[in-house]
Ligand binder design. Structure first.
Ligand code: F6P
Length: 540
């Protein structure tokens, strides 16, 4: 049971009270429940009425956020205070969406100039004026990056296919596994391919290896060093390293240390998004995020969508002991959204010390997983409905389809609603037994089968709905989850903007690589690692 000063006994008593009645009883007691437990930001609607929550419990959770001085912390983030306290950095991805924040003139100029450079390049690509070294128009863009330099751009480029400004093909290479770069290059023509090397640090092993492989392939095919400038761009804070790699100065787009990798798709790391959807749609994408920023910054906590989503997540993680949360997108355009959110959420809030360095005594960041409905119904929903785990779900669905076919969208929408309804209502033993008896089963058969068909229900979910997935709506959705994660980090008193946990593996892999190359060195490894190194030597 949590015993942090941030997690109050008052809330615990509400949890105990509310779990004594099913969610369906909350609807019976309040005909206005949908209106009272849903909130909007523009046309985006969050329905959170299918949760074990009522006004009194929500008031306690909001009290908790107030006790953690959430509003002050939001102001601190938006005004550029160094809230990433282990790296002494400001966290200003919101400034990239053109908000009216108190930026110094140089920073504001840098942001605007870089964005204009991105958009001019997008204009050129759209007008087929972006040419390769032999004068042929660029028709393929390959983004090389990993983590935040890949997941966000790859997700948004895939999600916004319907809004492409031209006919360019967009490919993404992230994995150090050589299969990834090899299979990608198989389909590329060096004369018409543009590589965008994205790395905030320009030191990331995977990205540098893949960028080197791409350059090697390009030079082998064209034999022209002078042509690199037509085919390689870079995005980085490390301008020297990008230049040292051989990318000419004028092809390097800057970013800044106050943009976290997983929050960077709004910066030039999102260059492939701008190239794909063009100037107007990219601006609309930023505007959607800005609308969510303004909502987060100005709405009372009780109507504040990111805050509500965050508090429900804390409610489930810390008071209902939920070990994971699922995100199910009933929108094929959002196929990569769960993978994107995994990094955003789990790299941000997968922490176990407070901002001051004390070990937390309460669960923090949830394990996030998910997929695309209706496919997921035929894979893991069985466990959601009848398994032993308590797994709250966020459903995301659009009313209209970007690519309508007959009335399939209506079926998609109805399946989404059916799943959240089934999770909440379940099916009783008595009901099932009656159905079996009506079908002519004996009483013993009916009892036996009913036990297997029993669906307990009373499982919570949120549903996010929009009219149609547009660049604006995608901007809203991403910013919603960014601010949800930030709010949770405030209540959990953790730093959402560093990621020290990923460093150890990076260091060890250097040492192990040396052992793999020089067998004698493996003697210093642990027994298991040494055995696996020996196996590698045998079969390499
Ligand atoms: O996985 C760790 C990480 O540092 C992420 O936070 C980041 O998004 C990714 O590596 C890539 O880093 P970079 O953009 O510096 O290559």
């Amino acid at each position: 049971m949590p015993n942090s000063p941030f997690l109050s006994e008052g809330i615990l008593s509400h949890q105990q009270r509310i779990t004594r009645q099913p969610i369906t009883a909350l609807f019976e007691a309040n005909p206005n429940r949908f209106a009272e437990f849903s909130t909007r930001c523009g046309e985006l609607l969050l329905d959170y009425s299918k949760n074990h929550i009522d006004e009194a419990a929500l008031a306690e959770l909001i009290g908790l956020a107030e006790q953690c001085r959430l509003t002050d912390k939001i102001n601190a983030m938006f005004s550029g205070q160094p809230i990433n306290n282990t790296e002494q950095r400001a966290v200003l991805h919101t400034a990239l969406r053109n908000g009216g924040y108190h930026l110094d003139a140089d920073t504001a100029d840098n942001i605007n100039q870089t964005r204009e450079r991105m958009l001019l390049l997008a204009d050129k690509l759209q007008a087929t004026e972006l040419l390769g070294c032999t004068g042929k128009p660029i028709d393929t863009v390959v983004n090389i990056g990993v983590g935040g330099s890949d997941l966000g751009p790859a997700m948004a480029v895939d999600a916004l296919k319907k809004y492409y400004a031209g006919h360019t093909r967009f490919l993404f290479v992230s994995n150090i596994d050589p299969v990834h770069i090899s299979r990608t290059l198989e389909h590329c023509n060096p004369e018409t391919t543009l590589f965008v090397v994205c790395s905030k640090t320009f030191t990331t092993l995977e990205t540098l290896a893949n960028a080197n492989a791409a350059r090697h392939w390009f030079l082998e095919k064209t034999g022209r060093h002078d042509a690199i400038k037509h085919h390689f761009l870079a995005v980085s804070t490390n301008l020297e390293a990008a230049a040292e790699f051989g990318i000419p100065q004028e092809n390097i787009f800057p970013m800044w240390d106050w943009v976290g990798g997983r929050y960077s798709l709004w910066s030039a790391i999102g260059l492939s998004i701008a190239l794909a959807i063009g100037r107007d749609h990219f601006e609309s994408f930023l505007a959607g995020a800005r609308a969510m920023d303004e909502h987060f910054n100005s709405m009372p906590l009780r109507q504040n969508m990111p805050v509500i989503l965050a508090l429900l997540g804390i409610w489930h993680t810390d008071y209902f002991a939920a070990q994971s949360q699922a995100l199910i997108c009933y929108d094929q355009n959002l196929a990569l959204f769960p993978a994107y959110l995994q990094q955003l959420d789990m790299e941000s809030n997968g922490k176990s010390v407070t901002r001051d360095g004390d070990t937390v005594d309460y669960p923090t960041g949830a394990i996030l997983w998910g997929g695309v409905g209706t496919n997921t119904q035929h894979s893991f929903h069985q466990l959601l409905h009848q398994g032993t785990h308590f797994i709250p779900v966020d459903f995301i669905v659009g009313v209209q389809s970007t690519d309508p076919v007959a009335d399939q969208q209506t079926s998609l929408y109805s399946n989404c609603l059916a799943q959240s309804q089934a999770l909440m209502m379940g099916r009783t033993l008595a009901d099932l037994e009656a159905e079996m008896l009506a079908q002519g089963k004996t009483a013993a058969e009916a009892r036996f089968l009913a036990k297997h068909r029993f669906v307990p229900g009373n499982r919570p979910s949120n549903t996010l709905v929009y009219p149609l997935l547009t660049p604006y709506v995608l901007g809203q959705l991403i910013a919603l989850y960014e601010h949800k994660i930030f709010t949770q980090s405030v209540v959990w008193d953790i730093n959402a903007f560093d990621q020290w946990g990923v460093e150890l593996g990076k260091q060890l892999s250097k040492k192990i690589t040396a052992s793999l190359k020089e067998p004698g060195k493996a003697a210093t490894e642990d027994g298991s690692t040494k055995g696996l190194i020996d196996y590698f030597q045998k079969y390499r």
